[in-house]
Ligand binder design. Structure first.
Ligand SMILES: Nc1ncnc2c1ncn2[C@@H]1O[C@H](COP(=O)(O)OP(=O)(O)OP(=O)(O)O)[C@@H](O)[C@H]1O
Length: 252
């Protein structure tokens, strides 16, 4: 696999708060990375750094294939103001603004791509509805269409399943799988371990002033999850009760 981003000896935090030191990791093309950690562990800070909104305290970021023109990004839904007076179709089209420019508008080919993205996420039938009329799941699908339109090699999804039902989650996971198969790197901030196990190849666990990166099975061990404050001892022994290596599917 080729790396989209190489992170070396990274120390992350703020002026008076160091979240962790010495992280080495590669974000690989065609991989899915779960970023996990207890509240306040630094997940959003890590995402902000990847987006270039925050400099590391120290360390290096190297983009072997060149820094992408654009990083696909889905913010936490709570940060989205759905009173924004646009339609579903316009929201999706905003993902492609670099391709056609804000003034010139969409040509026929771009309009076709928007419709295809809306169809893929299952909201083409409500493409002309204003955002404030959508349910949480419909809005998340529309926001996924916007990410599809961004056509980026690295995609960051901040808690994409936080406010959606199981069938929407399953649908959105098929889109994530397609992105991975296309060789894009997908980074997901998640809270629920069950959505990590079957769908992510790698994990970055934050907490306890440490950052642990590796294959999912190597990182998400009961000892480590407890040591880094993600699970209590009793949660870990319940979730790992049948196997030392395999978690029960459960929310934390
Ligand atoms: N601009 C800032 N200046 C100083 N400290 C900050 C700033 N933003 C966040 N922090 C602190 O950094 C720590 C990590 O915050 P961050 O939002 O990255 O955590 P998180 O893992 O995303 O948490 P949650 O699961 O609650 O969303 C917290 O202690 C937070 O208070």
């Amino acid at each position: 696999m080729s790396s989209v981003l190489q992170i070396r000896d990274l120390t992350l935090g703020y002026r008076d708060l160091t979240l962790f030191r010495g992280l080495d990791m590669d974000i690989e093309a065609g991989s899915t990375l779960a970023v996990l950690g207890a509240n306040g562990a630094g997940k959003s800070t890590f995402v902000k750094m990847l987006l270039g909104l925050l400099n590391p305290l120290s360390g290096n970021l190297h983009w072997p294939q060149g820094k992408p023109r654009e990083i696909g990004y889905l913010a936490q839904m709570t940060e989205f103001d759905r009173r924004f007076p646009i339609r579903v179709r316009d929201l999706a089209a905003m993902g492609a603004w670099r391709g056609f420019g804000l003034r010139s508008g969409l040509n026929a080919e771009a309009r076709k791509c928007v419709d295809k993205a809306l169809e893929e996420v299952g909201v083409l039938d409500i493409a002309d509805r204003p955002l404030h009329t959508l349910s949480g799941g419909q809005l998340q699908r529309a926001l996924f269409a916007r990410v599809i339109m961004q056509d980026a090699p690295l995609i960051l999804l901040d808690e994409p399943f936080a406010a959606v039902d199981q069938s929407t989650e399953a649908h959105l996971l098929t889109i994530i799988r397609r992105w991975r198969e296309e060789g894009r790197a997908v980074v997901l901030v998640v809270h629920d371990l069950s959505s990590v196990l079957d769908h992510c190849s790698h994990a970055l666990l934050l907490g306890g002033q440490e950052a642990t990166y590796g294959a999912v099975n190597e990182v998400l061990t009961p000892d480590r999850l407890v040591a880094q404050g993600y699970l209590s001892e009793s949660q870990a022994s319940w979730m790992f009760r049948d196997s030392a290596a395999r978690l029960e599917v459960a929310d934390v």
